[in-house]
Structures are given as structure tokens and as C-alpha cells.
Design a protein around this ligand. Sequence first.
Ligand code: UD1
Length: 418
Amino acid sequence: MSKFLIHGGRKLFGELQISAAKNAYLPILAACVLCDGKVELHNYPYYSDTESMCKILSKLGAKLQISDGVLCVDGSSIFSHSIESELASLVRSSIFMLGALLGRFKKAKVAYPGGCEIGARPIDIHLESFRKLGVEVSERHGYIHCDASKMHSGRVVLEFPSVGATESLMMASVLSKGETKILNAAKEPEIVDLQNFLNKMGAKVSGAGSDEVKIEGVKTLNSCSFTPIKDRIIAGTYIIATAMCGGDVTLCGVKPEHLASLIDKLDKTACLIEAKGDKIRVQASGRPLSLGKIETSVYPGLPTDLQAQILALQTISEGSSIICENVFESRFKHVPELIKMGANVAIKDRVAFVRGVPKLYGAAVTGLELRGTAALVLAGLVAEGYTTVSGARHIDRGYHKIEDELSSLGADIQRVED
Ligand code: UD1
């Protein structure tokens, strides 16, 4: 068990290359199952979630090799269509395997997925969508069994634009006959990336990034080489860190338009942001101003994955703010810990009321899930004195050595073992 020891109060300066997007890599890793050949994925990021997906792929029979940041997945040896509970519970994205296995074997047996504790996170939309395309779905003894022998093309309207359900359906349909349309699809950039990857393998998918994705089934997919996009949430976390600590930081590799909702809110209130090409420069000095009323929503709205970090920023901003969490129902678990550091926050259902304080104070706090733990680290960076943040393993799910990246910008943070 490791935790972070942070001595707050340092400004951040420098340039950082952002790693590949966890939420792009995970469905792409699952989609490798669809290819009976070799796929090369560049900029492999060492997050524990991507490691877990690689373990699942190996268990299914794939041969994996990493060299110079390139992951080679040979799917020709995949023999199994089944994922046991021990593996499925490692990462929620194991649910993507359902769509991919259905595409390849026309049948799948996957135990219920794990993942962050941020709400109920049901998979009813995934399963209902499969049923609409003729897949027989049954749930028995902790496993989801799917039989796609009678699967057909068709038109599926999602009751909510779920990122995971959109991606699952894309994977399940690429190798089926005819044309399938997903309506009310999620529009996140990671879905566009999955479309680009599938098409690089020879699929015929179009419309990703809009609310209507069209999949024309093809017979087989071929080997390819692909570079997934960079992680907009990591970049957003460091933008917010700079706004909180002050300094001058340039983040490289991320498309600024993927973070437009955050940049629009923070620019000129919390910091000055200049975006050019794939670089985002953040300059901050003095106390940030509060953002007033903000709410999370599906893309292109403010991402729920940045809500915890934004809330941390609001705790030290001048003025009051109201934050509505519209995507997940249980995403304020870090708030009691922020209160231990001197924050003034009240929660009612899905709304946080924050009155900014001039200072946070170091404390021993514990993170319970990925983004909430990142928010506690940001609070520690700006707090007076020492903060320990337990639960480093949660951060490791989606950031590679966050302590090294922040230290390279001048923060005083180290990982210590319990
Ligand atoms: C993905 C991201 C996650 C992000 C989320 C929202 C990955 C690997 N993870 O998660 O980081 O926070 O999108 O941007 O890409 N829902 C249902 N039934 C379903 C599916 C979802 O009710 O079958 C609900 C969820 O409980 C949640 C909302 O829909 O309240 C959004 O979920 P969804 O978009 O599916 O998120 P994930 O794909 O799990």
C-alpha cells in the first residue's frame, strides 16, 4: 500500500508530455480481440487499468509484447470467450470485452465488471442494446452470458448516451452482417478514436463524434498500427493544479478542443490559458476567482472525470460556487477529506456548495477512487504544511507516476510505502 507525502506551497513551472488516454486505450485493447492478426499500439501507458486489460487479453489467449512504448497484440491465438470474476472485477472496462467477444466468437461469458466506486454504474443499457440486435442475454451466477448466433443489424436508440454502451455496440457490430445505427450515441473524443482504430483494421464505421454512429458490417479485420489519443483528463488535472498552485506550465500532446469546456471556464477566472496546436500553456498567479455555478455533463460539456479536481480548485477560490454532478450519483467521496484540510463544502444529493477559503492546511487524508484521490493530491500541493494522501493505487489506475510528473514541474511530492 503506498501513499503520497506532499509538502504544499510550491508553484509549478515547466513542460509536460501527456500520456495516452486511458479511456481511449481500454476500449481499443478490447477491440484487439476482433482482429485475428497482429495489432501495434503506440505510446503504451503504464496505468494499472491498462495493465489489467492486458492481463485479460493474455488470459483469453492473446500474445502481448511491449518494446519501446509499442504494445504488440497478436490476437490470432485467442481461444477463449469467457472472463472469470477474478479478472473482470479488476477493471470496469472488462465489460467492453463482451462486445468484442461477441464480434469475434458470436458468444461471450463475462463476470460482472469492477471499477471505481462512484455510483451504481449499471450495464443495463449495454445489455438492452445487445438484445435489440437479437443477442440472447442471460445473467446467471454472477456471469453475463450472451449468444449472438441470431444477431442482426438494426437501429438502436440509447436511452442515455453512455460512453461504454456506445463503444460496446460498435465492437459487437463491426463483424456482423448489414448496417447498424446507434442513435443518441455518446460523442466523447475517445469514441472517435475507437472508430479510427476500427477503421484502420478495415471496419466501416462513421459518424463517431456525432449522436449517430453508423456501422456497416465487414467480414474480417486486418492487422494495423495505431496511435491512440492523449489523455484529456490528465491534462485537465494539471491545468487545474497550475491554477491552484500558480506558475507557468505547458502541456503537450493533447488537443485543446478536447478540453474546450474546461478551458472556457478557467481562462481569465482561475488562470490564463493559451492553446496552440497540441500545446496548452497555463499561467497563474494570485488567488483564483470562483467559477459560480457549474455542472458536469456528457461531451462536449464539462467532464465528470474533472469534477473532483474542479471542486478542489473551488475550495481555495475567491467567492462561492455550486457544482452539480449530473453524470454519476456518488462522486463527492473526496469532500469529507477536503473538509479535514479546512475546506468549506456542503453536499446535498448531487450538488456541492463551496465557499472558498484563503488557505487549506495539510492533513492525513484518504482517497477512495481515481479522480477523487487526484483531487486530494491537488489540495495537498496548495495546502500549508504536509499532507499525506493514502490510496495511491486508485490514482495509478489512470496516471503513470503522478508524483514524478508533478515533481518535474517543481512540486514537493513523493510516494512512500505504508
Ligand atoms: C466512461 C469513462 C469514465 C467516465 C464516463 C463518463 C471509460 C473507460 N470510462 O465510463 O471515465 O467518467 O464514461 O464520461 O471510458 N449507465 C447506466 N447504464 C448503463 C451504462 C451507464 O445507467 O448500461 C449510467 C452510469 O451509471 C452513469 C452514466 O450512465 O451514471 C454514464 O455512464 P457511461 O457513459 O456508460 O460511463 P462509462 O462508460 O462507465
